[in-house]
Design a protein around this ligand. Sequence first.
Ligand SMILES: [Zn+2]
Length: 276
Amino acid sequence: MDKRNLDFVYPNGSHKAVTLRFDDGPSSDKKMIGLLNKYHLKATFYLIGSKLMQGNGICENEVKKLYSGHEIGNHTFSHKDPRKNTFTSEYVQAELEQGKKFLESIIDSPVTGYAYVCSTYGTIGEDEYKRLLAQTGHKYAIMGNENKSFVPDTDDRFNIAQSFRFRDDMLIQKAEEFCAIDANELSIMLVMAHTYEFDDPKYGCNWQKVEAFCKTVSGKPDIWYATNGEVIQYLLAVSDFKNSNSMLNTTESTLYINLNGRDTTLKPNQNLADLI
Ligand SMILES: [Zn+2]
């Protein structure tokens, strides 16, 4: 049996996942969370430690309660633009570490996701950046590029693309398309914005469009609504298992498999051979 041909599904038994990404923690995140909770959607908010400390947007003492039910990701401590500054390895390491630790201290739980600032590795380069992400305990990192596809882009855990931006003219059409497809492989619709964009017409999106999107994708039994981290960690675990030489699930995730029409789970340290 070739395990790469197995029918992997998400934890709810479906092949489709919708997950949203918002950066920088502006005060308009509050309005967004109201919509997400109304439509039962899940998102990851990539926050900046120093900005929270200054209360410039969302304040640090609001974070835990406000974002509850969603994921908090790291977006560096200071959010300095790598395109306008020359950074040393030590600087980047400190920014990653400090940002992560600060967020963990205010939410009392681990922060494992990261979103690159201004979608670049900057002067230290790609390999060094990824080495530092792993060293500082990050499990995945997301870039700013969109692949305009429902095919998961998880070949590289530290360079993950999103599917679309909220400002995309085709967004609602793509959302309808995603809901309509009868996917037989794991698919994803990961959509990104800064929520302040929805207050200003120059960014090509508004709250009306955002709510129309939420309405379109919500309430579908064949879609898994989860945070970036939940979907990405699951997809990474599936690829790790498929690419390993063993039948043993050495990942930290329970894998869900449709085996001859039967929903089966393969728990960490369980052997696929025992299920067949
Ligand atoms: Zn940012």
